[in-house]
Design a protein around this ligand. Structure first.
Ligand SMILES: [Zn+2]
Ligand SMILES: [Zn+2]
Length: 116
């Protein structure tokens, strides 16, 4: 429970572009596992993990739903670039401590490097 040195809380705006959520970069929020309401974290091996039940999957295998007007009912996967933009905007909003910003930068760099 809690964060290890290579983990950060998953904090970002909704990363789903098809619902129009992604254009709203005004705020970032924490994300929670729908099955147990546990707080989600992300690590430098690009897994998203539930702090409560321990579920861990590659970030690409997660589906997201934020509850915005047009995104109340269905969960969608996030595209690489959209996910990077969402994580990056949380960085610019200073949603993370300096130490955790380094972790999130590492994650962003890894995802950008892995797409070709
Ligand atoms: Zn959980
Ligand atoms: Zn959304």
């Amino acid at each position: 429970m809690g964060l290890s040195s290579d983990e950060a809380w998953l904090c970002m705006p909704c990363p789903v572009a098809s619902t129009g959520c992604l254009s709203n970069y005004q705020s970032a929020s924490y994300w929670y596992h729908r099955y147990c309401e546990g707080k989600l974290k992300i690590d430098t091996s690009l897994d998203i993990l539930c702090d409560d039940c321990g579920t861990a999957k590659d970030w690409k295998d997660w589906r997201f739903k934020c509850g915005n007007e047009n995104h109340k009912f269905y969960e969608y996967p996030a595209e690489d670039l959209d996910f990077i933009h969402a994580l990056g905007s949380a960085m610019s909003l200073k949603a993370h401590s300096p130490e955790k910003r380094r972790v999130v930068m590492k994650i962003i760099n890894k995802i950008s490097g892995s797409q070709c």
